[in-house]
Design a protein around this ligand. Sequence first.
Ligand code: ADP
Length: 317
Amino acid sequence: MIEATELTKRYGGRTAVDRLSFTVRPGRVTGFLGPNGAGKSTTMRLILGLDSPSAGRVTVGGKAYADLPVPLRAVGSLLDAKGVHGGRSAYHHLAGLAASNGIPRRRVAEVLDLVGLPEETARRRTKGFSLGMGQRLGIAAALIGDPEVLILDEPVNGLDTEGIRWIRGLMKSLAAEGRTVFLSSHLMSEMELTADHIVVIGQGRLIADTAMRDFIETNSRAHTLVRSPEPERLRTLLEAAGAHVRLDARGGWRVDGPDAPSIGDLARDHGVAVHELTPAHSSLEEVYTTLSRSSVEYRAEDRPQEATTTRQKETAR
Ligand code: ADP
């Protein structure tokens, strides 16, 4: 479990993390979302003791990072996959980590297996590693101490589809083992598939700490996807009835306003055939874009924080 309480980090006059309180619980994947510059990396550095808070505190398993007896056994992290010395082999990098943390050497083979790096590849210098291999090595290093808590900053950055699917599966299985998995990503569609819970921040402040499904359902606009062999006739009808109609990315119309039964009835009353009528919710990306935009607008106006939540809810409705 990770617990941040009123966590604050100021760099000179700039507040990167602003009275942030949230809890990351075990047994599920928690996504950490926020636009560039929102304070995600700073927060992760504070959790990992790489930077110290200006105020407030953050603990991992009830302890500040500096007080963990063997940090690698409690928390594994991947902040920058390129942080491996290129002249060493992956095997030596992992063996060095194991030795300096009192972790048995056999764990090296176990984590190599876990991340799908063959031993012959692991014996090569990391300089020639592809991005995907570097990422697997970074995750192997994070897992070497068999930690309860995992913190990964943008773990799927630059990976191909196969690599992304692999990381998604691994994160879910680590969470299913009862571990705490906290990962940031700016890829919303990927986060929607991977995370069960999300912590959303904007300009250093908390916007939401909630179940993924609740976040989408509470903040999204319900709409209906409609297909008809007479699309223009249907659109004219719908617009005359006050609906907002636009083309959906998957083809057909995306209709805001009337619900699915009303659309079906309207089409029937005018003899227009309907081939699909699907109630739908906004994607995570749409909800997130609306909320983070209102957060930025709000900060520009510099209102008190309590007002943000209300205003964001209103904007999102
Ligand atoms: P994110 O990871 O969400 O993109 P960061 O945590 O990297 O955001 O940055 C948050 C804010 O803090 C940004 O405005 C950034 O410029 C600032 N910042 C981050 N690290 C430093 C630092 N070492 N010195 C000064 N400002 C910093």
